[in-house]
Design a binder for this molecule. Structure first.
Ligand SMILES: [Zn+2]
Length: 399
């Protein structure tokens, strides 16, 4: 057979290439992925069962994540107690984070374009299955209220659909972010923090929130407390926190509140508004964040705001009932600019990573928000602790 040396070279190159590609497996896998994974399945009201399922084969666009931890959200507590979304049986947990152990061959970068590899720490929560063309940049002006969320998906034959588990299967088309440069506690706090990044972005659209604004934050659960921290990292100096629990108000100071007002110390809204005014040295607030789910608290907050001031209402994640306000006194004559805020955009997620680093850099101890950590097998206890309103953020942490 007569063969030119150029042809031989070509064949040798092809052989070497094919050897190279067969040496690299089509699907990258870390050394030790077990055959099965446990999930905490909510099988009836107020009861999780630990179930074990085979870890399924992953598709070319999927990512298998070993769960490290997941925060317990108010939404999980509602689902645990009443199943308002009719999801039972369901694997809950949407504030989760973990490590990539297996990747489909098409997966190269995260939703922000950052490279992804085995061993990277990630967060995810959204699946845009109805509109796969939505990207984080299209969503600048639109929150993700309509998307599916891991941890609030109906059970299916894969089962690994929520973060209260050993492993979660992140399907192609979902958002995923490489957050390897954040510690575990920070990563567990990403989802709730994104809610506040979004709320403050909404507040800024009013043009009223400035460096020197007097800002009142009503409600010092995790959401209100993170709100204070976000305002501090933004450079807001003058923050008054309002709540009914001394312990939470102490925490508000740790997060950056300058003064606190316990509403239980003041009878009636006029006395309470007076106390807020005193806390600002004789001025009403320029801007207010309403972070409780109480209709009375919504009605009250207008009295804390000066003429021409602004309000961001973000406390009503779910329907908490009607509030009675006086449109003349509360909105019209005071010319108050109001914005509502719900969930976040994908861009807010990226901003949240920077916020967490900045908060750490200026010494805000955000990690102290996680007051309780439970292993997966104690998930029933974790939810009961949450329902008792003990502590602040409860988290499931796998070893
Ligand atoms: Zn949540």
């Amino acid at each position: 057979m007569d063969m030119k040396s150029a042809d031989i070279e070509k064949i040798v190159r092809q052989v070497l290439e094919s050897m190279g590609s067969s040496a690299a497996p089509a699907r990258a896998t870390s050394a030790s992925v077990p055959a099965t994974a446990r999930v905490a399945m909510l099988t009836k009201l107020e009861h999780f069962d630990l179930k074990e399922y085979p870890i399924p084969e992953i598709g070319d666009d999927d990512v298998l994540v070993k769960v490290e931890g997941c925060g317990v959200c108010g939404t999980d507590a509602h689902e645990f107690k009443r199943d308002p979304f009719g999801l039972i049986p369901v694997v809950l947990g949407h504030e989760g984070t973990g490590e990539i152990v297996k990747m489909g061959k098409n997966v190269k970068v995260d939703s922000a374009g950052k490279p992804l590899a085995i061993g990277d720490k990630v967060v995810t929560c959204m699946i845009f299955k109805d509109n796969p063309d939505i990207t984080m940049f299209d969503l600048n002006k639109q929150n993700v209220g309509g998307a599916d969320v891991y941890g609030l998906l109906p059970d299916d034959d894969k089962h690994l659909n929520g973060w209260f588990s050993d492993y979660i299967l992140v399907r192609g088309g979902s958002t995923i972010f490489n957050v390897s440069d954040l510690d575990l506690d920070s990563r567990i706090l990403i989802e709730p923090c994104a809610v506040l990044i979004h709320a403050v972005e909404r507040a800024k659209t009013t043009g009223i929130l400035r460096f020197n604004s007097r800002v009142v934050v009503q409600g010092c659960g995790p959401i209100g407390l993170i709100c204070i921290a976000v305002l501090r990292t933004l450079g807001t100096e003058n923050i008054v926190a309002v709540d009914g629990e001394a312990k939470r108000l102490e925490f508000a100071k740790l997060m950056g509140a300058t003064e606190t007002v316990n509403f239980k110390d003041h009878k009636g809204i006029e006395a309470l508004a007076g106390a807020v005014k005193d806390a600002f040295g004789g001025y009403l607030a320029d801007f207010a964040f309403q972070c409780t789910g109480s209709p009375v608290a919504h009605a009250n907050i207008y009295k804390f705001i000066r003429n021409g001031g602004g309000l961001c209402e973000l406390g009503f994640f779910i329907n908490g009932g009607d509030a009675t306000i006086n449109p003349h006194f509360d909105i019209c004559s005071k010319e108050i600019t109001t914005v509502g805020s719900w969930v976040y955009t994908l861009r807010d997620y990226a901003t949240t990573f920077d916020f967490l680093k900045r908060a750490k850099a200026i010494g805000i101890p955000l990690e102290k928000l996680i007051t309780h950590k439970y292993p997966l097998e104690k998930i029933n206890e974790a939810l009961e602790t949450n329902l008792k309103m003990e502590g602040l953020k409860i988290a499931i942490v796998n070893d």
